[in-house]
Design a protein around this ligand. Structure first.
Ligand code: ASP
Length: 364
């Protein structure tokens, strides 16, 4: 490398560090104050609150992140994560999750795990007690058995009814008869209203939880947990348990993760990309926007695009820097049902929801 080029790179790195430091001194919004911070998808308001409480008690950031996410995994009313999650094609709930611990730069993950409502806890054990990062399917289940996790039924009545309704409507040429529209079960109707389920054949989801946390010392952790795309092909694994996609944490820089169409995220390694953009000096929010632009740019298949050539799916990124700056961005400003894209954040000022940045406007 020539001296000039080396000098140029050194001064660019110094400028990026200065920009980070200058922003870190500014007060919220966007963070950067002192004290612990946790950021998550919008379904994680109680999760970020719990995580920050634990961080204020001096607990490890990963322990705090997982304890927060466990609240959502245990909640049967959240049909996108853990207990009560929408099942796969066969009516079986299969969960994906990962955890990443900044200080030790280690990670663990499980995919297509059945019968354990807290896959993040199993993922943490993969990280702590094995030489591996990712265990899947029956292997993940056997590992959970070995660690004393009971085999629980994760399929709630509501999720079963939703699955059955989907199955009955899936094809006009199979042996299932479509139920008469006036006999629609109220719980199934509530589900359809919530997710704007216009076409039963499309793989849909509208949830998952990602949570990234930083403590007052600047130590970071991240974790992501999901029941995946509704009615997915058995064994399908999304981005959530993939380190570098659904979650990535680098203790020197920050932590990031995602919810939404996992296939799109895997193809750009979005979690890792967001952290690398922060390393180059981008604010977490801008890093998230840039990852989404990359996804929009590389989505070429017609079936995945709308009439205006924009991605026909939802996806959101969340990012948190070592200095406590945070931000999130969504492909669209609102969901197909018109719900504003938001994320949850907690710091010593309390827990709240804030609006995500976005790349496209839903109605334009
Ligand atoms: N990212 C999840 C997956 O692809 C689904 C979602 O967040 O909606 O499995």
């Amino acid at each position: 490398m020539s001296i000039t080029r080396r000098k140029l790179l050194a001064s660019a790195a110094a400028a990026a560090a200065l920009a980070r430091a200058a922003r870190a001194q500014k007060a919220a919004p966007g963070g950067g104050g002192s004290g612990p911070v946790a950021i998550s998808s919008s379904n994680g308001l109680r999760a970020v609150e719990r995580a920050v409480q634990l961080l204020q008690e001096g607990r490890d950031p990963l322990e705090a992140a997982i304890a927060g996410v466990n609240i959502v995994e245990d909640d049967p009313n959240d049909m996108t994560v853990g207990y009560g999650g929408v099942p796969n094609y066969d009516g079986v709930v299969q969960l994906d999750a990962c955890v990443m611990h900044g200080p030790t730069a280690r990670a663990g993950a499980v995919a297509s795990l059945e019968g354990v409502k807290n896959p993040t806890r199993v993922a943490k054990l993969v990280m702590e007690t094995t030489d591996h990062v990712l265990l899947v399917g029956p292997g993940a289940r056997a590992f959970a058995d070995a660690n004393g996790f009971a085999r629980e039924n994760l399929l709630t009545e509501k999720a079963r009814k939703v699955w059955l309704y989907w199955r009955q409507n899936l094809s006009a040429t199979d042996k299932w008869l479509e139920p008469p529209p006036d006999k629609l079960d109220p719980e199934v109707k509530a589900f359809i209203d919530q997710f704007g389920w216009d076409d039963f054949r499309k793989p849909r989801s509208g949830g998952t939880i990602h949570l990234s946390a930083v403590d007052a010392r600047g130590d970071l952790a991240g974790c992501t947990s999901t029941s995946g795309l509704f009615f997915k092909i058995p064994g399908r694994v999304g981005d959530s348990p993939i380190i570098g996609a659904g979650c990535f944490t680098d203790n020197e820089v920050g932590s990031a993760g995602s919810t939404g169409r996992g296939e799109a995220n895997i193809l750009v390694s979005g979690g890792h990309l967001a952290v690398e953009l922060m390393r180059q000096g981008r604010h977490p929010k801008d890093a998230c926007v840039e990852v989404l632009r990359r996804i929009a740019h590389t989505t070429r298949e017609k079936r995945l695009l709308d009439a205006q050539g924009r991605p026909a799916f939802g996806i959101t990124f969340y990012a948190l820097s070592k200095s406590g700056e945070y931000g999130a961005a969504s492909m669209y400003d609102a969901s197909p049902t018109g719900k504003r894209a938001q994320f949850a954040v907690a710091d010593p000022r309390g827990a709240r929801k804030e609006d995500c940045a976005h790349v496209f406007q839903r109605r334009s």
